[in-house]
Design a protein around this ligand. Structure first.
Ligand code: ADP
Ligand code: MG
Ligand code: ZN
Length: 472
């Protein structure tokens, strides 16, 4: 019997607003516990929430990027449950009407191309954090009230590969819109996986379990594979009804298995109702009709059509927002697209290892631009450029100082080069005669001899040009 897996994903992404969603506390990460707090996010009696407009605008950006419907009027509800990190004993979330509804995302991979539906994306507040140390439990409410966008997919995903492709695409969109730093390790891009199985060809949806606590693409893949096998085994053993129940499971990252955490709450258990402290939200036409930043796919097409890059090269350049911004800076400073591509995605990336990445690279965009320009102006050769780059990695000095220090400045001076050319030609008078009688291949010989005599410091273009003039 053949089975297929049915997956729907819920992603919580922390919006990168300066302040929280219903108060003016800062959202900065890593502060002393319980310092980014006020009466609103501490839930002191009588405090009233006020919606952060920027959070709403960022949710709208996302809706536009996935071609969704943006609801002019959306509603904030109270989702009631008790937990120590939730001081109000309810979370403010959108339930009746979300700001974003019915979008689409195209994904691509070994499975081909496919569209995954996005049911909705709604705004809500994050909870605080419980920290368990020895025998104590501590509560830090700095995170309480941080704006989240919860993005819920349709159960359209059919494999772990598709799930990862969907998440990577979503991640890219969020980064290029710059609405979240979407850092998985720091928890600002968190994913819950809903998963069920069914016999192939069956169109019914079966019982789903929800897996939480997944903070890497690798674990998401492993959790899906494990859970799929667990559900299939239960079916084959005739224990499907008792072993596959609607519940929340946790992924154990050391044993790579999922374990039951709690039975799944039904919506009714949360006793949702519209928050009487918050009026329905009206998004103005100005907020809805904004132009959104250019996304990775659009950049790829533009790099190909405008800069003549190969599609695969363009894909590397948009693999992160930081990389794309770096590349566009190089172009803006007048470097050619072709050299910018090679020097950024091959040479610089080749040196960025371990802790180093594009955001903390010892050679930043200004220096790389200077280096590329030095090559383009024939100040140094392409080969010397690699030595200069390696030197700049270890030494915080300017490109021109590094070139001087390494003595790599190319000789482009006509007089100096012509003097050597004259020497070479008179030493090889016989070859000059052969060349003039039609043995064109000898041109390379003269270039080689001149370059050798110039100890590699001669500008090869200049050598070519001057030799051509001499030989007629
Ligand atoms: P909840 O609040 O219970 O988490 P949501 O509506 O927020 O419910 O999310 C439900 C998620 O589960 C969606 O991503 C949806 O696509 C997915 N889903 C629903 N039914 C199934 C199923 N039978 N198998 C797998 N995923 C499912
Ligand atoms: Mg949910
Ligand atoms: Zn506050």
């Amino acid at each position: 019997m053949e089975f297929e897996v049915v997956i729907g994903l819920e992603v919580h992404t922390q919006l990168n607003t300066k302040t929280k969603i219903f108060c003016s506390c800062a959202t900065s990460f890593g502060e002393v516990a319980n310092t980014n707090v006020c009466p609103v996010c501490l839930a002191l009696p009588g405090a009233l929430p006020v919606l952060n407009k920027e959070a709403l605008q960022k949710a709208i950006y996302f809706g536009k990027a996935i071609n969704a419907k943006i609801n002019e009027v959306s509603i904030f509800n109270r989702k009631n449950y008790f937990y120590p990190d939730l001081p109000k004993a309810y979370q403010i979330s959108q339930f009746d009407v979300a700001i974003v509804e019915g979008g689409k995302l195209e994904i691509e991979g070994d499975f081909g191309k496919k569209i995954v539906g996005i049911t909705r994306a709604h705004l809500e507040e994050d909870a605080g954090k419980n920290i368990h140390e020895n025998d104590n439990s501590l509560v830090d409410l700095n995170r309480a009230g941080t704006p989240l966008l919860e993005i819920v997919s349709e159960p359209d995903i059919r494999s772990a590969d598709e799930a990862v492709a969907y998440l990577k695409k979503l991640h890219s969109i969020i980064r290029f819109l710059d609405i979240s730093d979407a850092n998985m390790q720091e928890g600002s891009f968190r994913c819950d996986v809903n998963i069920s199985i069914r016999p192939k060809g069956d169109n019914k949806f079966y019982t789903r379990v929800e897996i939480k606590n997944l903070n890497s693409f690798k674990f998401i893949q492993k959790a899906i594979e494990y859970e799929k096998e667990r559900q299939i085994a239960a079916w084959m053993d005739g224990k499907y009804d008792s072993e596959v129940v609607q519940e929340t499971r946790l992924f154990d990252t050391t044993r790579l298995v999922t374990k039951p955490m709690r039975s799944k709450e039904e919506a009714a258990e949360y006793r949702y109702f519209a928050d009487p402290d918050l009026l329905p939200v009206f998004a103005s036409a100005d907020m809805i009709n904004v132009a959104i930043p250019e996304l990775a796919d659009e950049k790829i097409s533009r790099y190909v059509s405008e800069y003549g890059l190969k599609e695969d090269d363009a894909k590397v350049l948009v693999s992160s927002l930081e990389m794309a911004m770096f590349f566009e800076y190089l172009i803006k400073s007048g470097c050619s697209p072709k050299l910018s591509t090679t020097w950024l995605s091959v040479e610089l990336m080749g040196l960025l290892k371990g802790e180093l990445n594009i955001t903390n690279s010892p050679v930043g965009k200004e220096k790389l631009a200077d280096l590329i320009k030095a090559i383009e102006n024939s100040e140094i050769s392409n080969k010397a450029g690699k030595d200069v780059l390696a030197y700049l990695f270890e030494n915080d000095i300017s490109v021109s100082d590094a070139i001087d220090k390494l003595g790599l400045k190319q000789v482009s001076d006509d007089g100096a080069i012509n003097a050597i050319i004259d020497e070479i030609l008179s030493k090889n008078a016989d070859k000059v005669v052969e060349y003039k009688s039609g043995k064109d291949k000898l041109f390379g010989f003269f270039v080689g001899q001149t370059m050798k005599e110039g100890k590699g410091a001669f500008n090869p273009n200049k050598v070519n040009e001057l030799l051509k003039a001499k030989l007629g």
